[in-house]
Design a protein. Structure first.
Length: 692
């Protein structure tokens, strides 16, 4: 009994220790879970503040859109004002055109009178030009004769100088000849003297040497002396031949110079006769010039009469130019107003773009945080499962202990919870809070999905507004270019009027006032023959109005076409969803929750207009795989869907042709299977997929 009591006491003590350890472990777990709950509540508050900020930003976006609409309304009002001003200016231009027609009639009369006077002056000018040409030809001939005379005199002087030089050279050659003959005579004397010496030496050698030696020596000396004699004779012959050649050349040059002197003297006599005849013609031309000066005085009198008429016309033209300048200033002021409004619109557009970029950045942040929250929630779920398993183990141990002994008094705080499991009240509260948190997280996820959809719609609206703004900017640029073209045309017309040529300017003697009057008259004649300046401006204004109307019609048509294209895209998406049996949005949302961090790589980063507009409807990789399988297997309605799918998925031409070839192969009886070319172009968010 004692041993049994001791064992019972030890067992109870061990059980008490185990109960205390379990209580401490549960208290630690309760503390950890309370800390996690506090962290989740902080995250909830942070998310609520972010949601409130997003709501405020969306309200600011709506306000900015309303402001843009108001600005567009103000712009339309300003355009209507400009149109009204243009109509008034058109009326003023019509009145100015009538005045211009009357003035042009007066100018025509004055021009007819000028034409008659110009014809008279042109006849006189032609006579003057003929006389001047004849005089210029005679002067050129006189200059040529004088130049030829000077050249001939210069040549004569040069030839005389050369003759003197040649005579001096001939004298020098004669002196050289005399010297050479003297030298030859001296050399002949030396040769005779040497021969005498040779004879004397031979005699001496005969006396001293034997017979054969003496003969050999004499022969050697004889050959040496003969060679020296031949060398001297050849030198003398060469000198004589060179002197004879030089003398012959000098004689031929002297003869040529004498002949050229005779020819130049004959030319001088002829040129003197020609100069005398030309001087007589020049005197005749002087008399004709005096007569032409009298005719020019008559022309000046006619020009003075024309000046008086042109001054009056210039005053009228200046008044018309002042009115035109006033109209130009008014139109420039209107253009400046439009440019200011354009700058304001650009600033508002930039603000909208900045806010949009800010929203997109915050959206990416929220998505990243959302993916992190999902990861945290998964980790929390795993931790909850581990805690539940530990709790079940502790409960199993407790049940094992309780089966062996009566219940302990220290474990009075435990309460049974179905199937013999014991759960503490803190754990029950924690499980309830966890359930509430999961429900809150699900609601937040749903609200985030809804807000993502709303943000995508807002992005689409902003994109449409940007397109409308760009079209308006294009219209403004077109109008500015047209106005600049009109200004350049007017400037060119002014330059042409300032640089216009007058038939009287060919003479080179007309005053500048007549030239200006004739330029203005020619300009007015051109206007009267074609269309007046006012009519040209009116036609330009009418063209501008027509172009404005055409642009407005094109804008309306483009808007209609865009709406039709959007409807067609929606219909194509619906048909694709029906044909391909795509999972609903809830399933796609669950799949994306499973994938986790892959969500930020989806459609918000896609900017291609040909791709899918709503990235949350279709997963690119899944749709591409399913469509390729579908197109390669089915036959009916495949050709109709190929183009639609290629537009939606931005297929290349090779991929589209491959699909068509595979369909033809499937539908034909004896066709060959097409070979894959290259690889399918990868989608925006996925790597390259090679052919299998």
């Amino acid at each position: 009994m004692r041993k049994f009591q001791e064992q019972n006491e030890t067992f109870q003590a061990n059980r008490a220790k185990m109960a205390e350890g379990l209580a401490l472990a549960l208290a630690r777990k309760d503390q950890e879970w309370s800390e996690k709950m506090d962290q989740l509540e902080k995250d909830k508050r942070f998310l609520t503040t972010q949601l409130q900020e997003m709501k405020n930003q969306s309200l600011s976006l709506f306000q900015k859109r309303d402001e843009i609409d108001e600005l567009e309304g103000f712009q339309q009002q300003e355009i209507s004002k400009v149109k009204h001003m243009l109509l008034k200016k058109e009326e003023c231009l019509g009145e100015m055109e009538q005045e211009l027609e009357a003035r042009t009639r007066e100018l025509n009369r004055a021009q007819e009178e000028l034409m008659t006077s110009n014809q008279i002056s042109s006849g006189l000018n032609q006579q003057l030009e003929e006389l001047q040409r004849h005089c210029s030809t005679l002067e050129e001939q006189r200059d040529r004769v004088t130049s030829s005379k000077a050249c001939a005199e210069h040549k004569i002087v040069v030839l005389e100088h050369k003759e003197q030089e040649l005579q001096a050279f001939i004298q020098q050659l004669s002196i050289d000849l005399q010297k050479v003959t003297a030298e030859t005579q001296e050399k002949e004397k030396i040769i005779a003297h040497l021969q005498e010496k040779v004879i004397s030496l031979e005699k001496r050698l005969e006396q001293n040497l034997s017979g054969e030696d003496h003969i050999h020596e004499l022969l050697k000396e004889r050959t040496i002396v003969e060679q020296n004699l031949e060398d001297t004779r050849q030198q003398l012959l060469a000198a004589r031949s060179s002197h004879t050649k030089a003398i012959d050349l000098l004689e031929t040059r002297v003869k040529d110079l004498e002949q050229s002197l005779q020819a130049t003297e004959e030319q001088l006599s002829q040129s003197r006769d020609v100069v005398a005849a030309q001087e007589a013609q020049i005197q005749k031309l002087i008399t004709t010039n005096q007569e032409s000066s009298l005719s020019q005085q008559q022309v000046l009198a006619l020009e003075q009469h024309c000046r008086e008429r042109t001054h009056a016309l210039e005053a009228q033209i200046e008044a018309l130019e002042q009115t035109r300048v006033a109209d130009q200033i008014a139109s420039e002021q209107g253009m400046q107003q439009l440019q200011r409004e354009n700058v304001a619109l650009k600033e508002s557009k930039n603000e909208c773009e900045r806010s949009l970029q800010h929203h997109q950045f915050e959206l990416k942040k929220l998505k990243d945080e959302w993916s992190q929250r999902e990861i945290v929630s998964v980790a929390m779920a795993q931790a909850l499962e581990e805690v539940r398993k530990q709790r079940e183990e502790f409960q199993q141990q407790a049940t094992d202990v309780m089966e062996g002994s009566p219940p302990l008094p220290p474990i009075g705080n435990w309460s049974p919870c179905g199937r013999g499991d014991f759960v503490s009240p803190s754990h029950a509260k924690f499980s309830a809070k966890a359930a509430q948190l999961t429900a809150i997280i699900e609601e937040k996820n749903r609200s985030l999905c809804e807000k993502d959809k709303v943000l995508l719609q807002k992005e689409q609206e902003l994109h449409q507004l940007e397109k409308d703004h760009d079209s308006a900017l294009l219209q403004m640029h077109q109008l500015q270019s047209e106005v600049e073209a009109l200004r350049s045309c007017r400037a060119q017309e002014a330059v042409q009027t300032a640089r216009g040529e007058d038939p009287l300017q060919l003479q080179g003697q007309e005053p500048l006032v007549i030239a200006k009057a004739m330029q203005d008259s020619e300009y007015e004649l051109q206007v009267s023959e074609g269309t007046p300046n006012g009519e040209v401006e009116a036609m330009d204004l009418e063209q501008l109005q027509k172009e404005k109307q055409d642009l407005e019609q094109q804008l309306t048509e483009k808007n209609k076409i865009m709406k039709q294209m959007q409807q067609r895209m929606l219909e194509l998406k619906k048909t694709l969803q029906k044909e391909l049996k795509i999972r609903p949005d809830s399933e796609l949302f669950e799949v994306r929750e499973k994938t986790g961090p892959e969500i930020p790589n989806m459609a918000p980063s896609v900017t291609n207009n040909a791709d899918l507009t709503d990235a949350r409807e279709i997963n690119f990789e899944y749709l591409k795989h399913v469509v390729l399988k579908f197109m390669s297997c089915r036959e009916s309605e495949a050709f109709h869907l190929i183009k639609a799918v290629s537009v939606l998925l931005n297929f290349s031409q090779e991929e589209e042709n491959m699909l068509k070839e595979t369909l033809e192969y499937k539908m034909s009886w004896f066709g060959s299977k097409p070979a894959p070319k290259g690889s399918i172009r990868p989608s925006i968010s996925n790597p390259r997929i090679p052919w299998s």
